[in-house]
Write a protein that binds this ligand. Structure first.
Ligand code: GLU
Length: 552
């Protein structure tokens, strides 16, 4: 009879399990090679959690000479946003995450496709048909109202809500009853006929044991719900698509967020019912951040712009910095490894799922910035130039002229970076452009006020400075001149003299040089003044000083 029901529901399905097993044979890969996949929904929003998971997938596959592929999970068609696939590929590609197989911008690559779930309807239905034939799944005609009634009763009786046991009213329908309903045009879904114990008696909770590569052995109550595997539209639910796809595409490791843990027993039952071995699960930790109240909380799309991957591109974080940072939250021993191997390429790090945190992974943007400072120090000025130019072309097209004089820009970017104790001023593109803006007349603006101690003397300071200015002076000759100006005008030549006897001076040499700094750069803090002048050149230096003096 089950065979008849299956035929009634899926007369158009002719292929069998054996056909698909032959079409998608076991992969021919070296021993130990891992096959991983990313299965994003094409919602257009790609976030740090996706990148975090993708990173794990990518490392597991590529460290083992395996395969990492992209599958588009669009069974929930309400969420489809056009262009989303390109966004996924571009956003991840920017961070160095590249796929070997699956959906690409030019169609599918690989022999385990189609890699878009909405194109695989027939495949899923073949396996639903098989389960119906074997009495492991059945059509369910319950209406929404009936399901609501069931739920109300269950709540009153303090039972778990859901369709199972005595509530699974369609489970034992005969072929004729089913045929009658179908002929009458009644919509239906297909449900799994769960073998789980649904008595809900505490003394007989049956457990499933699953080894998770991140979390160790998990023991969870078995599934007893007759979950929906095929929706009324003929499209599978996530549960069913996951099981069929990861089996046929020969995925060895399923990396996904902890939000899927509660449905794991359902997936285990589905693998069992289909007679397949389940893959190794790797449930990653939720990304958390410290809230204003000092408590950890989940990153949220609405409150935390840094959750979106676009955020890092728009701000212009270098992909190497983001990768480096993500590894510090992914593997607890990464920072130690980095200290021991400061110059090694990041892919040399032996990534393992065992060293991953299974409670919340704490995301801290300040830490990312600190790491970025170190990472940018390792990047040559030439490469930084290209990076900033590309970023500006996309996000600040109006400032592209600052890249015209490459030699000038290279000197600016290298300022203070090759010293014994290098300066770590550069963090991300937007901040870098702002940081170096005073080197360009178009962007130059006076941001800070001259120190009160030297306010009355600013014109005298700048005039004396201009008068004595010789671009060929070395650093100590140059500073001697500033000291002389300071002394002449009643300022201490050394800050410590001023501290000792403040009553004898108007201020000290630092106040005097700050006036010059502000005239030249518009700010009271900056890298070495003399070095900046050497880069700006004599003409720009003198013009800035004269301009400022004339406006006092
Ligand atoms: N399509 C699922 C999601 O977007 C993927 C989960 C999985 O990797 O299995 O959350």
């Amino acid at each position: 009879m089950n065979k008849q029901i299956a035929e009634l529901l899926f007369p158009h399905i002719e292929k069998t399990e054996a056909d698909y097993e032959a079409m998608y044979p076991a992969r021919n890969l070296p021993e130990g090679a891992k096959v991983t996949r990313l299965g994003p929904s094409p919602t257009g929003f790609i976030h740090l959690g996706n990148l975090y998971g993708a990173f794990v997938d990518e490392r597991l596959a590529h460290q083992s000479n395996g395969i990492f592929y992209l599958r588009i999970e669009d069974t929930d068609d309400k969420r489809f946003v056009p262009g989303a696939v390109d966004t996924i590929i571009n956003s991840l590609g920017y961070f160095g995450i590249n796929f070997d197989e699956g959906v690409t911008k030019d169609g599918d690559v690989g022999t385990y496709g189609d890699y878009t779930q909405s194109h695989r309807k027939e495949i899923y239905q073949c396996f639903v048909k098989k389960l119906v034939e074997e009495g492991k799944a059945y059509p369910c005609f319950l209406t929404e109202d009936e399901i609501t009634d069931i739920r109300t009763k269950q709540e009153a009786a303090k039972l778990t809500p859901g369709i199972y046991g005595e509530f699974a009213l369609s489970r034992n329908l005969s072929y004729y009853e089913i045929k009658e309903k179908i002929d009458a045009g009644m919509p239906y879904v297909v449900r799994l006929a769960s073998g789980g114990d649904c008595s809900q008696r505490e003394d007989i909770v049956r457990k499933v044991r699953v080894k998770d590569a991140i979390r160790g052995v998990l023991e969870m109550p078995e599934n007893f719900h007759d979950v929906v595997i095929l929706k009324a539209t003929g499209i599978p639910t996530y549960h069913f698509a996951h099981v069929v796809d990861d089996h046929l595409m020969r995925t060895t490791h399923v990396v996904r967020g902890a939000e899927w843990l509660p449905s794991l027993p359902t997936h285990i039952e589905l693998f069992e019912k289909l007679g397949w071995e389940s893959p190794i699960y790797c449930h990653t930790a939720q990304l958390m951040k410290l809230g204003e109240d000092g408590n950890k909380r989940k990153l949220s799309k609405r409150h935390d712009p840094e959750l979106s991957l676009d955020f890092y591109r728009k701000q212009g974080f270098h992909p190497t910095a983001v990768r480096e940072y993500l590894l510090t939250i992914l593997n607890s021993n990464f920072e130690e490894w980095r200290m021991e191997n400061p110059d090694a390429p990041i892919d040399d790090f032996p990534f393992t799922t065992e060293k991953m945190s299974n409670s919340g992974a704490l995301f801290d943007i300040n830490k990312l910035m600190d790491i970025s400072k170190d990472v940018l120090l390792q990047i040559s000025a030439n490469e930084l130039y290209d990076f900033l130019k590309d970023w500006s072309a996309e996000f600040r097209p109006e400032i592209m002229n600052i890249f015209d004089d490459k030699a000038y820009m290279l000197q600016i970017l290298d300022l203070g970076r090759n010293d014994q104790k290098p300066r770590k001023d550069l963090i991300y593109a937007e901040q870098i452009i702002e940081f170096i803006s005073y080197f360009f007349d178009d962007m130059f603006k006076v941001e800070d006020a001259v120190p009160a101690e030297a306010e009355a003397d600013q014109r005298a300071i700048l005039n004396a400075y201009l008068e004595g200015y010789d671009h060929k002076d070395d650093q100590s000759q140059w500073f001697d001149k500033i000291r002389a100006i300071a002394t002449e005008l009643g300022y201490a030549a050394k800050p410590k003299d001023f501290k000792k006897h403040p009553e004898e001076y108007k201020g000290h040499v630092g106040h005097v040089s700050t006036v010059i700094r502000i005239a030249l750069m518009g700010r009271s803090q900056s890298p070495d003044l003399w070095a900046i002048q050497q880069i700006m050149g004599e003409e720009m230096t003198k013009k800035r000083i004269a301009n400022f003096a004339s406006r006092i």
